[in-house]
Design a protein around this ligand. Structure first.
Ligand SMILES: *Cc1c(COP(=O)(O)O)cnc(C)c1O
Length: 363
């Protein structure tokens, strides 16, 4: 491949397939239902979902109704996947859910009422998931509300095919909130004996097997993010961001680099000026502790501006036009997230639209 003239984002769908099978092995019989919300964490929901379908995935999760509609169109009639919408039954969602054959994950009592009213009007049972809040206090009916729904008539016309909840602390395996949430979920799911059950996303499926139930919902791990928010050798990098060296300079000791003079060099330093910046998804905060990969070693990020970043070359040989890896198999997603004070999820969705995109291994 020719050296890139500008930042390039390579999305390796073979690595995605590897991660899917690694997660399937970890799931030990539970269905792996990929989470492809927010355009598959910025990597392209259509390409990602089509490849995962080819690898055997049959259920997908999105956040928004519109994401579900786009995914249905991308999968086409020949790939009849179940698509769950995490926002649930939003205003006037009925006809659109029907048309795109989407399953809302109902997450409040008003949503349950609205879905039941739509089912009554359309005269057909509506397949739904029920999202139960077991302690995250974000989305879902309470366990008491869920039991009351079963006891009353509120679910009439609704076919609850999946009961689900979401863990708030699964990347910290020792956190007691995990087992509290598990206990609450076990109580609720026993009341919904006929529905499938799902509790875990990427991190939860690496906890004790009791957290796996019938279906797991990994997002970030499919895309290479470790379940403990640290690099995990079982998973491969799916996104690689690289950009060319624009210039090589030697800066005398005592000088500062970039805006505000915040980076002062204590020794004479050879640097490379690279044609990428936070517009391309290298977050500005990552310059403290962040690194790029060049010349077979990690090179500290000194400056991250909108279109330009500067790395300390050390003793590496470099030429204008050489490619610098800013994220990928050597510049690790979880390391960049830690350096930037964020999570891998946010790094991925911020990869931005400017870099040229290349897909490897499209189905
Ligand atoms: C985003 C999300 C997931 C996927 O989470 P990851 O940490 O990316 O694996 C699963 N379930 C729900 C309800 C979510 O909102």
């Amino acid at each position: 491949m020719a050296e890139p003239a500008a930042a390039r984002l390579t999305i390796d769908l073979d690595a995605l397939a590897h991660n899917f099978h690694a997660l399937a092995a970890q799931a030990q019989g539970a269905e792996v239902a990929p989470v492809v919300k927010s355009d598959a964490y910025g990597l392209g929901a259509a390409q990602v979902a089509r490849r995962l379908w080819a690898e055997g995935a049959r259920s997908f999760f999105v956040a928004r109704l519109g994401e579900g509609e786009s995914l249905r169109a991308a999968l086409g009639p020949e790939r009849a996947a179940a698509i769950f919408v995490l926002d649930g039954f939003t205003a006037n969602a009925g006809p659109r859910l029907d048309a795109a054959r989407l399953t809302p994950a109902l997450c409040s009592l008003p949503q349950v009422s609205a879905a039941a009213a739509w089912a009554a009007r359309s005269g057909q049972p509506l397949s739904v998931a029920l999202h139960v809040d077991t302690g995250m206090n974000r989305q879902g009916v309470t366990p008491d509300e869920a039991r009351a729904l079963l006891a009353g008539q509120a679910l009439r016309g609704l076919d609850v095919s999946l009961v689900m909840s979401h863990l708030g602390s699964a990347s910290a395996p020792q956190d007691p909130r995990n087992s509290e949430q598990l206990q609450r979920f076990l109580e609720v799911r026993s009341a919904f004996a006929e529905a499938s059950a799902s509790l875990s996303a990427s991190a939860g499926m690496f906890l004790d097997p009791a957290y796996r139930f019938d279906l797991v919902r990994p997002g970030v791990s499919l895309y290479g993010g470790g379940p403990l928010e640290t690099p995990d050798a079982r998973l491969k990098a799916v996104a690689t961001l690289s950009a060319p060296v624009l210039d090589i300079r030697t800066i005398p000791a005592g000088e500062t680099v970039g805006y505000g003079g915040s980076v002062r060099l204590t020794r004479t330093t050879r640097v490379a000026v690279v044609a990428a910046g936070y517009s391309d998804g290298v977050i500005r905060a990552a310059k403290a502790g962040g690194y790029a990969w060049f010349g077979r070693a990690r090179r500290p990020l000194l400056v991250v501006n909108m279109d330009i970043l500067v790395i300390d070359l050390g003793d590496a040989e470099a030429r204008v036009g050489d490619a610098v890896e800013l994220l990928g198999p050597n510049a690790l997603l979880d390391d960049l997230a830690t350096a930037g004070g964020t999570v891998a999820h946010e790094i991925l969705v911020r990869l931005g639209r400017r870099a040229e995109r290349i897909y490897l291994g499209e189905a």
